[in-house]
Design a protein around this ligand. Structure first.
Ligand SMILES: CC(C)(COP(=O)(O)OP(=O)(O)OC[C@H]1O[C@@H](n2cnc3c(N)ncnc32)[C@H](O)[C@@H]1OP(=O)(O)O)[C@@H](O)C(=O)NCCC(=O)NCCS
Length: 188
């Protein structure tokens, strides 16, 4: 279990601490076609209770660390997670992949995604024990908004790969890069 984390206007709430209303909202985001398209996924078809159980089981096993993103009004507006932890638990992971969505479209482009990413990186590199050494992610070449948000959070593009019908952009940040950019950012 981890403490809540904040950066700017957002607070991250561990998925295992979310209440029923927050799970319902999160479920609606995962069923949304446009959000799924941006994430290269299919809208989920599981019933809500099973979606919740699968996510909770993955959290408890340490396979992923997921958070609800709360706005300054304490409303759930999205989710962010570190997954594909390597080496996989119960070994101590040093690397993880980041995924994020702001589920409320009206809030896109207002800096909430960047703040959620920064809060998560603060936890990954300075808050958790032991800290991760590297966080990576992949996004679509046409997802310019995501790339700008990730670049503004300190991620660097490390490569591109051509896939049928789209380009994948690979970005990474190391703990050394994080600490040098945020020497005073300790756990909150
Ligand atoms: C990607 C996402 C998490 C980013 O969060 P956000 O709060 O919208 O992003 P931010 O406001 O922090 O940053 C967005 C940047 O893109 C710019 N931007 C906004 N709309 C844009 C657009 N249509 N095209 C290009 N740039 C755009 C913004 O100006 C800002 O850059 P700047 O501050 O340098 O000017 C959010 O948009 C989202 O959830 N999108 C749908 C799901 C998704 O794409 N997830 C990521 C999959 S890898």
């Amino acid at each position: 279990m981890v403490a809540s984390l904040s950066w700017g206007r957002v607070t991250l709430k561990p998925l295992l601490d979310m209440n029923n209303a927050e799970w319902r909202t999160l479920y609606s985001y995962f069923r949304d076609r446009e959000l799924a398209d941006w994430n290269g996924a299919q809208p989920i078809r599981l019933p809500e209770w099973l979606f919740r159980r699968v996510m909770q089981d993955e959290e408890r096993s340490g396979e992923r660390h997921g958070f609800g993103i709360l706005s300054e009004e304490s409303h759930l507006i999205g989710s962010i997670e570190l997954y594909d932890l390597r080496p996989s638990p119960p070994s101590q992971p040093t690397t993880a992949t980041l995924g994020v969505m702001i589920g409320e479209r009206r809030l896109w482009g207002q800096g909430y995604g960047r703040e959620a990413v920064l809060a998560t990186l603060q936890w990954a590199f300075s808050g958790r024990t032991p800290p991760l050494r590297r966080v990576r992610l992949t996004t679509f070449g046409h997802n310019r908004r995501a790339q700008r948000a990730f670049a503004a959070s300190g991620f660097t593009e490390v490569g591109r790969s051509e896939k049928p019908g789209h380009t994948d952009v690979h970005m990474e940040m190391t703990r050394e890069e994080w600490l040098s950019a945020h020497p005073d950012a300790g756990p909150s």
